[in-house]
Design a protein around this ligand. Structure first.
Ligand SMILES: *[C@@H]1O[C@H](CO)[C@@H](O)[C@H](O)[C@H]1NC(C)=O
Ligand SMILES: *[C@@H]1O[C@H](CO)[C@@H](O)[C@H](O)[C@H]1NC(C)=O
Ligand SMILES: *[C@@H]1O[C@H](CO)[C@@H](O)[C@H](O)[C@H]1NC(C)=O
Length: 197
């Protein structure tokens, strides 16, 4: 069993125990459950830059923040690469702790498409990529801006621990070189919560 499988089982068990203990609570303050994603920061991290990611969050109006920027593939993004995603969780005492969620997979393009779910198509439309199939050809792709609210429809578990997280996603080749890297800082909040920045 992979670490991911074991962790998922533990989470499901905790979720089950928490839910069964709190049936009488009206609005239970559980440590985990259905969440909304609040995106906070996005920036590129160290890599050989064969995949250059220049994206940022732009506050368009009081209620709309969008993802803007561009990315450049100097080589096609295909299934010969490995996607290595590691989410650290923020602990007010210990700081960032890695491995809250670990997703390492071959066939980077196809699996990224699977995990992004509907967001893959939303992003492709926004970055003006004409063909949504893998591979993504060499080119520079520029976004007209996409509302962050449209980036929550991911193909990932719908319940998780609330808190502050930092996802580091790397594209690696067979030699384990990092060819592209992006960090997304975000929080998972209760559906009725809002965060004030
Ligand atoms: C891509 O984004 C970077 C950083 O914002 C910017 O400096 C560069 O001019 C952009 N490139 C294109 C082709 O728009
Ligand atoms: C989108 O890409 C096509 C080429 O694939 C180009 O002709 C068109 O100008 C692009 N649109 C925008 C808004 O950049
Ligand atoms: C999209 O790209 C895939 C893979 O490169 C190709 O097989 C397919 O024919 C393309 N589709 C269109 C509509 O261009």
């Amino acid at each position: 069993m992979s670490i991911k499988t074991i962790m998922m089982k533990v989470f499901v068990l905790i979720a089950f125990l928490s839910l069964s203990n709190s049936k009488s609570n009206y609005m239970p303050n559980l440590p985990l459950g259905e969440y909304r994603i609040v995106f906070e920061k996005i920036y590129s991290c160290e890599s050989t830059n064969l995949f250059q990611i220049n994206v940022y969050f732009n506050k368009k109006t009081l209620s709309i923040t969008e993802l803007k920027g561009n990315f450049t593939n100097t080589i096609p993004f295909d299934d010969t690469f490995t996607l290595d995603a590691n989410t650290a969780s923020w602990d007010s005492i210990g700081g960032w702790k890695p491995n809250s969620v670990v997703y390492i997979t071959k066939n980077a393009c196809s699996n990224l498409k699977k995990v992004l779910g509907n967001v893959w198509n939303t992003l492709f439309k926004s970055f003006n990529v004409s063909n949504t199939s893998c591979p993504i050809p060499v080119g520079t792709y520029i976004s007209t801006g996409v509302d962050l609210k449209e980036l929550e429809d991911l193909n990932i578990p719908k319940e998780y621990f609330y808190g502050k997280y930092k996802l580091t996603a790397k594209i690696k080749n067979v030699k384990n070189e990092v060819l592209g890297c992006v960090v997304i800082e975000h929080s998972l909040v209760r559906p009725w919560e809002t965060l004030i920045d």
